[in-house]
Design a protein. Structure first.
Length: 276
């Protein structure tokens, strides 16, 4: 048995708290975004999923969620690196479903390199997707949410929004920025029944992390299993990856009426990492 593995989570029973709501989840063709999309669909939300990838595989994912949870699921292929793509995603969701009740800004990328060697185009890309796309999506939905007197903005930040690690300058800067942005939105929207929160996962077993193992092995000059034990999980006291379902469950709770008084928070789901 792999002691570092994420736990297997059976269908959590969270009821149909989001029945009739419309959710847009960015970067939901894979990993955490897909886990969040499934959790929201399980609670009854209609969905717009988004992300890059192979069309047939994405359509399979879309149909599986729709059939399993009996909700309407659309796919939008907008590239969120481009502000016009972000605008298209929101406009398309409103055209399809009439409104957006829940926005989950999750799409993100990573690059690992020392500051002095950090490729400028990687810095720009990480800031554009991990930070600016959340600003653009939020500014397009917030006015209507305030007018409706209800809305949920959920930003998938990171433990790296609260603390830093070496070699992740752009990612750490973007995630710290995302938490600051979340707090500002929370303050501006609180009186209108709209909440904004950041979820701050530690290591979650997803394709993004799998890719990092090779990059970190190169940066540190060590083997893959040493990266998992001594680099990735070194700061994570519970010594295991989280499952995407653990992030999805928190997002569904924040999106429900029970989450109404939680706003402006940066909530770690990191096995104790940021308690250090
Ligand atoms: P992932 O690589 O599995 O998924 C990323 C998603 O973003 C995919 O659906 C991908 O298609 C989409 N995407 C990438 N570029 C895009 C673009 N230009 N436009 C639109 N969509 C795009 O990654 P993940 O691990 O699930 O990460 C999701 C989020 O969670 C990221 O913001 C990441 O920073 C954050 N996070 C991940 C971990 C972890 O351990 N996996 C920890 C903390 C935070």
């Amino acid at each position: 048995m792999n002691v570092h593995a994420a736990p297997t989570i059976r269908e959590p029973a969270i009821g149909s708290a989001l029945l009739g709501k419309v959710a847009v989840v960015t970067g939901s063709t894979s990993g955490i975004g897909l886990g969040v999309a499934q959790a929201l669909a399980r609670a009854g939300a209609r969905l717009v999923i988004n992300g890059l990838g192979e069309t047939a595989e994405i359509d399979r994912i879309r149909r599986r969620i729709a059939e399993q949870y009996r909700v309407d699921v659309r796919y939008d292929d907008s590239n969120l690196m481009d502000p016009a793509g972000v605008a298209r995603l929101v406009t398309g969701a409103v055209a399809a479903f009439g409104q957006v009740d829940i926005l989950v800004n999750n799409a993100g990328i990573q690059h690992v390199a020392p500051v002095e060697d950090f490729p400028v185009e990687k810095w720009d890309a990480i800031l554009a997707l991990n930070l600016s796309a959340a600003f653009h999506a939020t500014r397009h939905v917030l006015g209507a949410m305030k007018q409706n007197g209800h809305g949920r903005i959920i930003n998938v930040a990171s433990a790296h929004g609260l603390v830093a690690s070496p070699f992740k300058a752009a990612y750490v800067a973007a995630k710290h920025g995302l938490i600051g942005f979340t707090k500002t939105v929370a303050l501006e929207a609180a009186e209108f029944g709209v909440t904004a929160n950041a979820i701050c996962p530690g290591y979650v077993w997803t394709p993004l992390v799998e890719r990092q193992i090779d990059e970190q092995a190169l940066a540190h000059g060590i083997a893959r299993d040493a990266v998992v034990r001594d680099v990735l999980l070194a700061q994570q006291p519970n010594k295991r990856f989280a499952a995407v379902e653990e992030i999805g469950a928190l997002a569904a709770f924040l999106a429900s009426d029970l989450g109404a008084s939680i706003t402006g928070a940066a909530l770690p789901v990191d096995g104790g990492w940021t308690a250090h």
